[in-house]
Structures are given as structure tokens and as C-alpha cells.
Design a protein around this ligand. Structure first.
Ligand code: HEM
Length: 217
């Protein structure tokens, strides 16, 4: 239950937060909603519209890259393997820390920067050569292989429908005017926590916990 609801609900909140912080991104998103669905806010959103909302898709992915709901994926190996310069026996549990991988400068151009363009028309943009090369392996929302999230299509439909339904009719702004001091404190703590978490995960991931439990960067 939590997996199918909290994930989508939290990701939606993070998207709303980033749209509030980056009004130019929100503007582009609203423009896309107008272009694809039209400005009659009573018009029903169809599956074709959802498919065509490519900037919206890029915004969701970029928010996820910086604020992943599922920050790590677990796997147990079925055979002996060499990983990170060490040989690991079969049945080793691995924790793949996507939260660190998705912010590593080895795979992302300006990883700290929020820019949905890195997922939008990526083939046409030379600025994001690293992304072009690594996006398939260094980015994950829904995991992969036979245990990949079975709700992935539904989740993207829910997110896009919700974003379209709200941002076509309403303009959500951050309440800086009244609570800006409080928000700046939250924002700063949040940014630091996220940095420390990445740092800690990054360092821990280089340690070997035990023969059978490994954290991978
Ligand atoms: C933004 C929303 C969501 C995110 C970020 C998300 C993410 C994930 C991730 C990372 C996994 C593990 C995949 C792996 O190990 O390779 C997973 C598994 C799973 N998800 Fe989601 N999910 C989301 C929404 C949903 C929804 C809407 C449903 C159901 C309606 C759902 C049902 C499941 C189930 C049942 C599994 C376990 C699959 C298995 O172990 O075989 N998820 N999800």
C-alpha cells in the first residue's frame, strides 16, 4: 500500500516544491500543458496528451534525480562476481545507492543544478553529453529487471494527470512573502541534510560492511 501511494504522493510534493522554487520551469510546464491539452480547463486529459507531455516527464525525472523517493535498490547475487575491485561470493546482498549515483559528477553535468533539460530532447543538446552516455545506467526511478516496479506506468500517469489538472487551473507559489525566514531555514537544513546524506552514503559505500553485505556506490 505504502509503496504504491506514498511514493507517488511524496514525489508530487517534491515536484510542486521545485516548481515553486523555479518559476521559469513552472512557466514552461504550463506552456506545454496549454500547447498539448489546450487552455479549456474543462477539457478531459487523454492518454495521448499524457504521452505528449515530454517536458512534464523531464521535470518529474529531474526532481527525482535530486530528491529520490526510493534512494537505494537491493539485490542478492546468485553467483560469485567481481564488483568494485573485489570478488564477492554468491548470495552477497548489495545496496545500490542511486541517490549518490544520480548526483555523481562522473555521470552528470553540473549534478547539483536543477535543470529538466537534461532529460528533455537530450539527443539534441551537446551541453549534456555525460547524460547522453550514462542516463540509461546512472538513472533509475522504478528499478529494473524482473523486479522493476509494476506500478511504473500508473505512477507516471497519476503524476502527469495531477500536475496537469492542478497547474492548468491554478498557479501555486511558494509562500516566501509571509514565511520566507522559516522556509529559508528549512531550505538550508534540507540542502545540508541532502549533502551530508550523499556524503555519508558516498563514504560508506566505499566501506565493506561484512563479507555478505556490501554497499555500492
Ligand atoms: C513515483 C512512484 C513510484 C516509485 C518511485 C516506485 C519505485 C519503486 C522501486 C524503486 C521499486 C523496486 C524495483 C526494483 O527493485 O528494481 C518498486 C517496487 C514495487 N512497486 Fe513501485 N514505485 C512507485 C509507484 C508504484 C505504484 C503506483 C505501485 C502500485 C500500484 C507500485 C507497486 C510496486 C510493487 C508491488 C513493487 C514490488 C515489485 C517486486 O518486488 O517484484 N509502485 N517501486
Amino acid at each position: 500500500m505504502g509503496g504504491g501511494t506514498d511514493t507517488t504522493a511524496n514525489l508530487f510534493c517534491f515536484v510542486a516544491y521545485y516548481l515553486g522554487r523555479y518559476p521559469e520551469v513552472k512557466q514552461r510546464l504550463r506552456q506545454e500543458l496549454d500547447d498539448v491539452i489546450g487552455n479549456d480547463s474543462t477539457k478531459q486529459i487523454t492518454y495521448k496528451h499524457i504521452d505528449e507531455l515530454r517536458y512534464c516527464d523531464a521535470v518529474i525525472k529531474e526532481v527525482y534525480r535530486l530528491f529520490p523517493v526510493a534512494f537505494s535498490l537491493g539485490r542478492v547475487s546468485t553467483e560469485k562476481d567481481e564488483v568494485g575491485g573485489y570478488v564477492w561470493p554468491e548470495e552477497t546482498s548489495y545496496s545500490i545507492l542511486y541517490c549518490a549515483i544520480m548526483k555523481s559528477k562522473d555521470y552528470w553535468t553540473d549534478p547539483e543544478k536543477f535543470d529538466p533539460d537534461r532529460f528533455y530532447k537530450i539527443d539534441e543538446d551537446d551541453k549534456y553529453l555525460l547524460e547522453r552516455q550514462y542516463v540509461k545506467t546512472a538513472f533509475s526511478i522504478f528499478g529494473g529487471g524482473i523486479r522493476a516496479c509494476p506500478g511504473r506506468k500508473l505512477a507516471m500517469i497519476e503524476l502527469k494527470c495531477l500536475l496537469a489538472s492542478i497547474y492548468r487551473k491554478y498557479d501555486i507559489e511558494m509562500c516566501y512573502k509571509k514565511f520566507w525566514r522559516l522556509l529559508i531555514v528549512f531550505d538550508t537544513v534540507n540542502a545540508w541534510m541532502s549533502r551530508y546524506t550523499d556524503y555519508i552514503y558516498g563514504s560508506l559505500s566505499k566501506l565493506i560492511y561484512s563479507e555478505h553485505n556490501t554497499l555500492l556506490y
